[in-house]
Design a binder for this molecule. Structure first.
Ligand code: CS2
Ligand code: MN
Length: 360
């Protein structure tokens, strides 16, 4: 396991590389070219410049989150081959720059969905939260407007104003797409990119849909054990893997997280570990990473990752906004640094305990 932090680049992130470097045990960042649109080719020059900046700060790039997939690929429209060609070129350029992990998602229209970006918790921190009742009462445009007013001046991934300006067209594109069709289009995409992934040893790690069910009538497939195993078998290559995100799969209380982790042995290439606090099965908020602050047993999650021999990057996921920080919701420095320290502590204890048992 390698502890990392997500970083959006110096133009977009309120957190600096110098700050990240001071979090104990963090040597790697998960980053992206945040100003490229889905479907655009990432040039080698841009990738190299990003790498040099990270390395100059004494860190390295542990992986990319995300290289976003164009909606033409997700919907299987006529232009998809052109966009897949571009994606392949980006993967080649990443491979040539010695980057071997790519996180992406296959969610229609939106990335994650939350109904509040700053719900106040009893300790005065603010967090992202979701209630199904609020989603049922909103249309997607209103949702975008309410999100846009609460972002502390940052651009939220998957909710870029340029995309949201076309939201009606985007919905139109998905009119004929159901779960089966989305699976087919994902398979087509993966089969086309696997040769380049094999050539450059790039591990693709699909991020789950968040929340793990359909929103606004859109199909969503990366939601549970059955579907993710189907996806693994459908393109049975080690480079077709998973980002295990506890906070996303965990939105559905029927998902047994440690069991899911164990069933994905060898195919989890990246992990997002965070905790949620449920007020009801359809009302949850993002808690501190500590088990007792939320509804998940974080020890069991880390233990399952250890047991399957997970050796990829892990990162704390969304943190609370605390200590007066103003940052992209979910992506401040303080609570994610606390999260990293806590997860490192759990890991150290697990490793030492296991080594002791092995020696006995
Ligand atoms: C992330 C996702 O902030 C988050 O919820 O975990 O946005 C994730 O980066 C994407 O879905 C991956 O493409
Ligand atoms: Mn995640």
């Amino acid at each position: 396991m390698e502890m990392t932090l997500r970083w959006y680049g110096s133009k977009f992130d309120t957190v600096t590389l110098e700050q990240i470097r001071q979090i104990p045990g963090v040597k790697g960042v998960i980053t992206t070219l945040y100003d490229t649109a889905p479907g655009e080719v990432w040039s080698r020059e841009h990738i190299r410049a990003m790498k040099e900046e990270v390395e100059a700060a004494g860190l390295h790039i542990s992986g990319i989150e995300s290289v976003n997939v164009h909606d033409a690929i997700k919907t299987g429209s006529e232009e998809r081959d052109m966009y897949i060609d571009n994606y392949i070129e980006t993967l080649e350029n990443l491979g040539k720059e010695d980057i071997h992990l790519v996180c992406y998602n296959f969610m229609p229209v939106f990335d994650w969905t939350r109904t509040e970006l700053a719900r106040r918790r009893p300790d005065g921190s603010t967090v992202l939260a979701y209630t199904q009742e609020a989603v049922d009462a909103l249309n997607p445009e209103d949702m975008f407007d309410s999100i846009a007013s609460d972002t502390n001046g940052t651009v939220m991934p998957g909710w870029e104003p340029e995309r949201m300006a076309h939201i009606k067209e985007l919905f139109e594109m998905y009119k004929e797409i159901d779960d089966e069709k989305l699976f087919e289009n994902l398979k087509y995409f993966l089969e086309r990119i696997m040769p380049v992934c094999n050539k450059y040893d790039i591990y693709m790690a699909i991020h789950p849909d968040d929340p793990a069910w359909s929103v606004f009538g859109l199909p969503r497939i990366i939601i549970n054990k059955e579907n993710i195993l189907r996806m693994m078998h459908m393109v049975d290559d080690v480079h077709n893997g998973v980002t295990f995100c506890s906070g996303s799969y965990g939105t559905n209380l029927e998902n047994d997280l440690p069991d899911m982790i164990r069933s994905l042995k060898g195919r989890i290439h990246f992990a997002h570990v965070r905790n949620l606090k449920f007020n009801s099965p359809t009302d949850f908020e993002e808690a501190a990473h500590l088990s007792s602050d939320g509804s998940f047993d974080m020890f069991e999650i880390m233990k399952a990752l250890y047991d399957i021999g997970f050796d990829g990057p892990i990162r704390p996921d969304h943190g609370r906004m605390i200590w007066g920080e103003k940052a992209m919701p979910g992506y401040g420095l303080y609570d994610r640094a606390l999260g990293a320290a806590y997860l490192n502590g759990l890991w150290e204890a697990i490793v030492k305990e296991e080594k002791k048992h092995e020696a006995e």
